[in-house]
Design a binder for this molecule. Structure first.
Ligand code: 13P
Length: 251
């Protein structure tokens, strides 16, 4: 059985005062039936860990470099995130793929670095609107999965997040049938790529998840939780999404 995961990606939002929202999530959901994760900006990871340690909310990074250390001004390594107390790191978010030209091979290397540091890698993939309109969605996500999944990926160290690029921050979401189609296809591809692990790997949906649509999305087969952007910034919204996930059918 896959334990569900509600993960918040704060992106480039959040100053120290905003950690009160993360603390409120922990206070309001002391014993969630799912895993809860907040990925604040790198500047807040250590402070978030200090404020949340011992509670139900884990802390993750939003990206890591593929090497452990070196002359890479401005970058953060997986080892540094782990040292700060993070347990997870997002890799291959479409904003990084677009803004920084990250390829599937880069993402796989980052996931390998995450695993070497003892972090759970949340590997993101998803099609653009043009790719969906061209009928390429399943081929695109299958290729991204095959190219971004590193050697040594297991159900314990890897989470996959399906985030259609056109649904991120837009208020638009795929239909439930479209989400089901992609998640079912990803599960099938995982069975081919990682036969002994595939059924344990959690598949998150991301892209305009809100309190108002979370329950119906979480009822879709093979949706094991969400990667939430904007709605993870406020405790009331993220808390409502956690509650919806707690009430969702078991995987
Ligand atoms: P929104 O929930 O703001 O659409 O962002 C989704 C996302 O990109 C999470 O990584």
């Amino acid at each position: 059985m896959r334990r569900k995961l509600a993960a918040g990606n704060w992106k480039m939002h959040g100053l120290a005062a905003d950690l009160a929202e993360a603390e409120a999530v922990a206070r309001d959901h002391p014993r969630p039936g799912c895993d809860v994760l907040i990925c604040p900006p790198a500047t807040l990871v250590a402070r978030a860990v200090d404020r949340l340690s011992g509670g139900p909310v884990a802390v993750g990074g939003q990206d890591c470099h593929k090497t452990e250390k070196g002359a890479h001004t401005g970058d953060v390594s997986a080892a540094m995130l782990a040292d700060a107390g993070a347990t997870h790191v997002i890799v291959g978010h479409s904003e990084r793929r677009a803004d920084h030209g990250e390829t599937d091979a880069d993402v796989a290397a980052k996931a390998t670095a995450a695993h070497a540091a003892g972090l759970i890698a949340i590997i993101c993939l998803g099609e653009t609107e043009a790719q969906r309109d061209a009928g390429e969605t399943l081929a695109v996500v299958a290729a991204q999965l095959a190219g971004s999944l590193p050697e040594g990926a297991t159900a314990a160290n890897t989470v996959i997040a399906y985030e259609p690029v056109w649904a991120i921050g837009t208020g638009r979401t795929p239909t439930l049938e479209q989400i089901a189609e992609v998640h079912t296809a990803l599960r099938e591809r995982l069975r081919a790529l990682l036969p002994s692990e595939a059924d344990g790997v959690r598949l998150l949906y991301g892209g305009s998840v809100k309190p108002g649509n979370a329950a119906e999305i979480f009822a879709v087969a093979d949706v094991d939780g969400a990667l939430v952007g904007g709605a993870s910034l406020k405790a009331a919204d993220f808390g409502a999404i956690i509650a919806a996930l707690d009430g969702a059918p078991a995987a």
